[in-house]
Design a protein around this ligand. Structure first.
Ligand SMILES: Cc1cc2nc3c(=O)[nH]c(=O)nc-3n(C[C@H](O)[C@H](O)[C@H](O)COP(=O)(O)O)c2cc1C
Length: 401
């Protein structure tokens, strides 16, 4: 796929974000970009990643760099995956279909959200690939069972249970912009949309984004709309027994997403999950919690030999991927980065985002004197930003070396 002219000067994910900001209606950009409350955690995710410094090693032959790795038992092109993001069709009409195609082209896993704008079956039909299904558990367990059965039937290899949304985070930007699903017109939103005719044209041509995985249940549950279904069905009421219940339903790998404490991570490991996504939901749920990267560094030494660790929240560059692997992750996951790409230039923008990350990963490895992913470890770091007391449990990446 040729890079469109609009991306020729886009040199990093921050540049993609700037293009996305221009192209999307303000309310939609803020829905994607925003964080909860004071956005302290949103900022901390980046600030902490930025302060993890590298230790380059010289005079190493880096003519051949291999970013290949294994994630949940399957060979992949690089230690990166796409986090689930609901309604990716807000960013571009193809939404999750475009994400799935480009994840497959990069040989990385994609996690499809329960709340996706395309059906899980349509995403699976884009072709065989590493594909995981993210699950929100509905109070009506029959709905959850049906989603899990559909995901298994469609060939998803892993089920990713999101556990950090007992209630929805409060994102002030959405309140201020009047963003709701479905979109409710107000004077401000109509003006916002009028200033972005291309987005409106696409939206009306392809149909307004909606939660297509749930179409069947809107009728079955007797709910008025997808929104009322979500409001009445999602949220509190889950406890740890849900893991055993899902194990009884799901034949594949089981991953838990949204843990941010060592206690919960140990408990999940004891429960036998195959993977843990260390995540604060990109700073969109509880604010004023630690960055994901700092919690990964605390958890990794305690979970050596246990479930594979993944991290998301704030990952924006190939250097961030190296930081994550050095601190014990099997792979880093991205949520907003590929959405910025999708908003900037549709599928070509997603391709550009993944190409940038792959090239940055390779360049970072070369400059650090590393030629393979299993050489990335704590030795390639010069400094960590968290206090000395936390360094009592330095990351041990024995399983990577
Ligand atoms: C627009 C948007 C929608 C999201 N929807 C979901 C979702 O449906 N399920 C989920 O588990 N996480 C969801 N997330 C959280 C992401 O999976 C991920 O944890 C987060 O985006 C990572 O941070 P990053 O965007 O800084 O990479 C969403 C995030 C964004 C930005």
């Amino acid at each position: 796929m040729n890079t469109p002219r609009s991306l020729s000067r886009v040199a990093c994910v921050a540049d993609l974000r700037a293009v996305a900001r221009r192209r999307l209606p303000r309310a939609i950009f803020d829905f994607i970009d925003g964080g909860a409350d004071d956005e302290l955690t949103l900022k901390a995710n980046r600030a902490d990643l930025d302060r993890v410094l590298f230790k380059p090693r010289c005079l190493v032959d880096v003519a051949r760099i291999d970013t290949g790795c294994t994630i949940l038992g399957r060979p992949q092109g690089m230690p990166l995956g796409i986090s689930p993001t609901g309604l990716a069709t807000l960013a571009c009409p193809d939404g999750e279909l475009a994400l799935a195609r480009e994840a497959a082209a990069s040989e990385i896993p994609m996690i499809l959200s329960t709340l996706s704008g395309c059906t899980l079956e349509d995403v699976a039909a884009t072709g065989p690939a590493s594909r995981w299904f993210q699950l929100y558990v509905f109070r009506d367990r029959a709905i959850t069972e049906s989603l899990v059965a559909r995901a298994a039937q469609a060939g998803y290899q892993a089920l990713v249970l999101t556990v950090d949304v007992p209630v929805a985070g409060k994102r002030r930007r959405d309140i201020r912009s009047g963003f709701t699903i479905p979109m409710a017109p107000s004077a401000a939103t109509v003006l916002d949309l009028a200033c972005h005719p291309r987005w409106c044209f696409d939206a009306f041509r392809h149909g307004l984004p909606r939660l297509r995985n749930l179409d069947a249940f809107v009728t079955n549950a007797g709910a008025q709309t997808h929104a009322t279904l979500i409001n009445s069905q999602l949220g509190s009421g889950l406890d740890w027994s849900v893991l055993a219940w899902l194990r009884s339903l799901w034949p594949g790998k089981l991953v838990i997403k949204g843990l941010l404490s060592t206690e919960d991570a140990l408990r999940a490991a004891e429960a036998g999950v195959d993977g843990i996504v260390v995540s604060n939901h990109g700073g969109r749920q509880q604010d004023a919690v630690p960055s994901s990267i700092s919690m990964l560094a605390r958890m990794a030494p305690l979970l050596r030999g246990g479930p594979e660790l993944f991290i998301d929240s704030g990952i924006r560059s190939g250097a961030d991927i190296v930081r994550a692997i050095a601190l014990g992750a099997r792979a880093a996951l991205i949520g907003r980065a590929t959405l910025y790409g999708a908003a900037a230039a549709g599928q070509a923008g997603i391709r550009h985002c993944l190409d940038l990350l792959q090239a940055e990963l390779e360049r970072t490895m070369a400059l650090l004197g590393l030629t393979a992913i299993d050489q990335i470890g704590p030795d390639c770091l010069a400094a960590l930003p968290w206090p000395e007391s936390d360094a009592r449990t330095p990351p041990d990446l024995a399983r990577h070396s």
